[in-house]
Unconditional design. Structure first.
Length: 156
């Protein structure tokens, strides 16, 4: 169980792998991608900031990791539900009924499926489905909300 009374403290020792003296006395912040429920959303926000500032390749890599990690977290949550004999209901919604507001993460990103393709993330904007580069996504047949944020074990 996490200690909510602690703030930032020295928990990890981070060592740079390049010899650049420019960052010799910098402070680093470590995210635990396996156990911290705030790490994935924090990395997603960082990816958005990178994209806005023109770091397209870094943003692409971070977004790919966030998408993969989100799938892994959802898979783990579904396995836990299965162990507890809970049924995980995936509720697809027809593309004929597009989203009218924002999802629980307060964004317009949704899980979508196009005809003959595996599900992926899509943005519903201005009455159209687009990808992260603003390109139109055609043949969307259904959509659903993105997975919920994980919670600490024992929290509601």
């Amino acid at each position: 169980m996490p200690d909510k009374s602690k703030g930032i403290y020295n928990k990890y020792k981070v060592e740079r792998t390049d010899p650049s003296p420019r960052h010799e006395n910098c402070v680093y912040f470590v995210l635990d991608m396996e156990h911290d429920p705030f790490a994935v959303p924090a990395l997603a926000a960082y990816a958005i900031a990178c994209r806005v500032r023109g770091y397209k390749k870094l943003a692409d890599d971070l977004e790919s990791y966030v998408e993969w990690k989100t799938r892994e977290l959802e898979r783990a949550k579904n396995l836990e539900r299965a162990k507890n004999n809970e049924v995980a209901q995936l509720k697809w919604i027809s593309a004929d009924s597009p989203p009218t507001g924002r999802n629980e993460w307060n964004s317009n990103w949704w899980l979508i499926q196009c005809k003959g393709e595996i599900p992926r993330r899509g943005l519903f904007s201005g009455g159209y489905w687009v990808n992260r580069d603003g390109e139109l996504i055609r043949n969307v047949i259904r959509w659903m909300p993105l997975p919920s944020l994980p919670t600490w074990i024992g929290e509601n």
